[in-house]
Design a protein around this ligand. Structure first.
Ligand SMILES: Nc1nc2c(c(=O)[nH]1)N[C@H]1C(S)=C(S)[C@@H](COP(=O)(O)O)O[C@H]1N2
Ligand SMILES: [Mo]
Length: 203
């Protein structure tokens, strides 16, 4: 039996339905660290979060302003394109939907490009950006977010491959068409549904 088959059986034995594990994935209890480039140094006194593009007026929030927004808790599974999945991860943060409700989007908007420190970006349709369970979060499993996992804030979009869950997030640009982000320019799928195994351009 292959490693993947064994892993799937172990999952079932531990009481988690294997339906939750997308094809080609294995379950891990570890939390691997993956990113391109160095870990940004966060300075909360100069940190800001900006929204631009197809909005009637660009918005910039300071750390203090963002911190004041109401938070919710989410428990969810995450799926990385490098084949690990992690079950029942816990996050606390501001729902993306609530941030969206604070901005004034112009007609014709279809997609967003989420931006991070050091120029990392990830694209997605607005509908996916606003999905239930998506948060701008600064905790993981009840602890402050570690530097390597995105401190002071990351996005989580659990229903897409984890490269869309932008660490060190600094804002987003509202677009009238889809535009590839960092990995999407480098061979990863424009959408990235783990349950359809949309890993690379031709998947
Ligand atoms: N800013 C930024 N966010 C990023 C990345 C990155 O390189 N830069 N890598 C993505 C990829 S490919 C993955 S798999 C996840 C990994 O998150 P983790 O290190 O917390 O497991 O972060 C995503 N978010
Ligand atoms: Mo990744």
């Amino acid at each position: 039996m292959s490693f993947f088959d064994r892993n799937r059986r172990e999952l079932e034995r531990s009481g988690i339905s294997p339906d939750r594990l997308p094809a080609g994935q294995y379950s891990t209890k570890r939390f691997p660290v993956l990113h391109a480039g160095p870990i940004p140094q966060a300075d909360l006194s100069t940190w800001d979060f900006s929204v631009d593009g197809l909005v009637t007026e660009p918005v910039v929030w300071t750390w203090e302003e963002f911190e004041a927004f109401p938070r919710v808790k989410v428990t969810t599974d995450i799926h990385c394109v490098t084949k690990w999945s992690k079950f029942d991860t816990q996050w606390q943060g501001v729902p993306v939907r609530d941030i969206w409700d604070r901005i004034d989007v112009s007609p014709g908007a279809t997609h967003v490009l989420v931006r991070a420190d050091h120029g990392y970006t990830a694209n997605m349709p607005i509908e996916d950006f606003l999905a239930d369970g998506n948060l701008f979060t600064n905790t993981f499993d009840g602890e402050p977010l570690a530097h390597e996992h995105g401190y002071p804030m990351r996005l989580i979009v659990p229903h897409l491959y984890f490269w869309k869950s932008v660490k060190w997030v600094r804002g987003f640009t509202v677009l009238s068409e889809d535009q590839p982000g960092f990995w999407e320019q480098n061979g990863y799928h424009m959408y990235g549904d783990p349950f359809k195994e949309q890993r690379y351009w031709n998947d």
